[in-house]
Design a protein around this ligand. Structure first.
Ligand code: NAP
Length: 241
């Protein structure tokens, strides 16, 4: 009776901590150089698509899965929904609520639209959409003085006018204020990640009249039972194991 937690988020680490001592295994994609590890057994790396995940579920005798991955990790959630359905393994999606924002926020459907809108809104944007989204912004914002914050250094060269800083949340309001005002940021670009870790930049933007561009979440896989609270996911997991 082993529970698989698809992780890479604070919520996934919380559930693993709350289920410490039970038969669980957490899975990380291996995207960042020094991941924050949950307590308990951990495996790292992709499964090899839907078929790979199906094989893993069978070989490791996984009896239930909690998909606690990031709201923008759409592919692994889709794979989990399909693999679990095909293997008749119960699946719960834990997804933190999105941000409500303010009427001033500029909502867009994807990173390309975010790039175009950002180019028209300011000259000194701050990009916080992650390393994999960078190709969508590089050409459109090549002559903007972009401040880009990443967990790990970019794997390809960025325009000369861009400044890269490395960091990962949680961030403080004071730290974000110093960073954003110090750099003269006039637009903040973010995914609708939700949660509190990366929220302070939005607060600073609201306080200082800085434009905000937010990439909407895509709808998740249909038919997957979903909760927003770690406590509910924990209760479900305990029932399964
Ligand atoms: P993604 O696009 O949905 O997934 C791409 C591939 O990465 C998947 O098909 C799978 O490879 C592998 N993968 C993803 N999550 C995995 C996991 N927890 N365990 C094992 N393999 C996993 O994912 P992503 O957006 O690159 O995110 C990767 C990880 O970073 C996720 O675990 C997510 O929770 C975390 N994260 C993502 C974001 C974000 O903004 N996207 C932010 C913070 C944290 P195979 O097909 O080979 O199985």
């Amino acid at each position: 009776m082993t529970l698989l937690i698809l992780g890479g988020t604070a919520e996934a680490r919380d559930i693993a901590a709350q289920l410490e001592g039970r038969d669980i295994v957490s899975s990380l994609a291996g995207r960042v150089a020094r991941p924050r590890l949950p307590v308990g057994p951990v495996r790292i790396g992709g499964f090899g698509g839907i078929e790979g995940l199906r094989g893993y579920l069978r070989e490791e005798a996984i009896t239930a899965v909690v998909d606690a991955t990031h709201p923008f990790a759409e592919q692994i959630s889709r794979h989990a929904a399909l693999a679990c359905a095909m293997e008749a393994v119960p699946l719960l999606r834990l997804e933190r609520p999105g941000w409500e924002g303010t009427p001033e926020w500029n909502w867009v459907d994807d990173h390309d639209e975010a790039a175009r809108l950002t180019a028209s809104l300011g000259r000194r944007p701050m990009l916080t959409t992650g390393r994999r989204a960078l190709p969508h912004f590089v050409d459109v914002l090549a002559d903007h003085e972009v401040l880009v914050r990443l967990v790990d250094a970019p794997d390809s060269p960025l325009p000369g006018a861009w400044t890269v800083i490395l960091g990962r949340g949680p961030y403080t309001a004071n730290g974000e204020r110093d960073l954003m005002l110090g750099h003269g940021v006039d637009v903040v670009v973010s995914k609708d990640s939700g949660g509190s870790f990366t929220w302070p930049k939005m607060r600073v933007a609201a306080d200082h009249g800085i434009e905000v561009v937010v990439v909407r979440r895509a709808p998740g896989p249909v038919g997957v039972e979903t909760v927003t609270q770690v406590s509910d996911a924990r209760s479900w997991a305990v029932r399964q194991i």
